[in-house]
Design a protein around this ligand. Structure first.
Ligand code: PSV
Ligand code: MN
Ligand code: MN
Length: 424
């Protein structure tokens, strides 16, 4: 199932006039509309290969139809998203969930859809069929050196796949930790993990980065060996200049001030990448911007402020990825919503008058500082984001096209209604 450029233009046609009016209005009210549009056009968010089918909870999985049956079909699905929104130009792979049997062909297929390979993700949180040693009690932290070595070898294998695909980063998320007090010696677990990461780090090509993802809880519920940004930063600092912290929005304890974490990591030159999602309770992996859109805006506000202060390129100097799971929505519709939410938050943050904000901060004018932020947040930037898409041949209303061209119905016809993951 593909949507051709001319079809997108046909769908755009009836709404073009209304869009032009809305765009003319915002372009006349904000000082830097053209500059924002150029930034939006360049900005790309990677789609995780694991978010294209219906996810589930530990209780149940209710799969939808037409799910991709293999990596090729996952790439096609992301190609479709990218054709509609022009902002999903990358894919993030999880190994061994998505082993490219022929990396050169997979790379060429992705290129046909204008997609590149963002961070590669290793998996030492599950045992795979035929795997000699179990990760039940952790991987890099394990008390047994052979198990640690197995986890190191796996990460190096993932790097090698990534090299063939043209990726330039590895994300390591470890489920390592403990469920009960006394189970683990924290210092030994940290030291084992550090030496494992050091071995993996040695295998990184010159131009690669390693992202150390932290998470406060789950699947271990007493301690986590990379439990928060402080611990991740400790590892990243000890590893070296190619190692960075990765922030997944759902991996914090309730009410953590993520925008402050982002700001300080950037100040230290140690923020590497992002997993976007939203949550109310824990690692809920809900649609980006569906629960706390103001927090998302505040995070982008710090990102822009911090990146600009360090002269970083918004598009390339951080890894921008979604990490989500869809239990009740069509995954492709959900991803369109997530990317849109990210683009809106980015556009709003670009609107912030930083000179005035700095002045208000200096004068301790708390009210004015809040007004400046909320002025940007409350501006309806949807026409700016739509205009950026339009200029790149994308859809003014991606979700509407997705629905009216009956994408899901066609995918079900092509691929069937049985999910590969559940067999139902
Ligand atoms: C773990 O919760 C996580 O956020 C990591 O990024 C994993 O790679 C991903 O979810 C998929 O399980
Ligand atoms: Mn994640
Ligand atoms: Mn997660």
């Amino acid at each position: 199932m593909e949507i051709e450029k001319y079809q997108i233009a046909e769908y755009n046609d009836p709404v073009l006039n209304a869009h032009q009016k809305a765009f003319a209005y915002i372009a006349s009210t904000v000082p830097n509309a053209e500059a924002i549009i150029e930034k939006l056009r360049a900005f790309q968010v990677a789609i995780p290969s694991w978010a294209l089918g219906t996810g589930g909870t530990r209780f149940a999985r209710f799969a939808g139809g037409g799910e991709p049956r293999n990596l090729e079909e996952k790439i096609m699905d992301i190609g479709l998203l990218h054709a509609l929104n022009r902002s999903s130009g990358a894919i993030s792979l999880h190994i061994p969930w998505d082993i490219p049997s022929n990396p050169a062909n997979i790379r060429a297929l992705a290129a046909q859809y204008g997609l590149s390979f963002d961070a590669m993700n290793s998996n030492t949180f599950q045992d795979q069929p035929g795997q000699p040693l179990s990760y039940k009690y952790g991987s890099l932290q394990h008390t047994d050196s052979a198990t640690r070595q197995q986890a190191i070898d796996h990460n190096i294998e993932v790097i090698n796949y990534g090299i063939e695909l043209g990726s330039t980063s590895l994300t390591v998320w470890l489920a390592d930790g403990s469920c009960f007090p006394g189970q683990l010696n924290f210092r030994k677990a940290f030291q084992n993990t550090l030496s494992g990461l050091q071995e993996i780090y040695k295998a990184l090509p010159e131009n690669w980065k390693m992202f150390v993802e932290y998470k406060a809880f789950e699947p271990n519920f007493y301690s986590t060996t990379v439990g928060d940004w402080g611990q991740s930063l400790l590892y990243a600092n000890k590893l070296g200049e190619k190692a960075y912290t990765l922030v997944d929005l759902g991996h914090h304890l309730p009410n953590a001030n993520i925008e402050q974490i982002v700001s300080l990591l950037l100040m230290e030159g140690k923020l590497g990448g992002f997993h976007f999602n939203d949550s109310k309770y824990g690692d809920d992996d809900l649609t980006v911007g569906s629960i706390k859109p103001y927090q998302l805006f505040l995070i982008f506000n710090e990102l822009i402020d911090g990146m600009d202060a360090r002269g970083m390129e918004h598009t390339t100097d951080l890894g921008w990825m979604i990490d989500a799971s869809h239990n009740v929505k069509d995954p492709l519709e959900d991803l369109l919503q997530s990317v849109e939410a990210i683009m809106l938050a980015y556009a709003q943050a670009l609107l912030v008058d930083r000179r005035q904000l700095a002045e208000a901060q200096k004068l301790n004018d708390v009210v004015r500082a809040q007004e400046i932020l909320q002025q940007a947040y409350r501006t309806d930037v949807r026409p700016l984001v739509a205009e950026a898409r339009l200029r790149d041949g994308g859809a003014l209303m991606p979700l509407c096209i997705f629905r009216s061209s009956e994408v899901r119905k066609n995918l079900i016809r092509e691929r069937g209604s049985v999910s590969v993951a559940t067999g139902l």
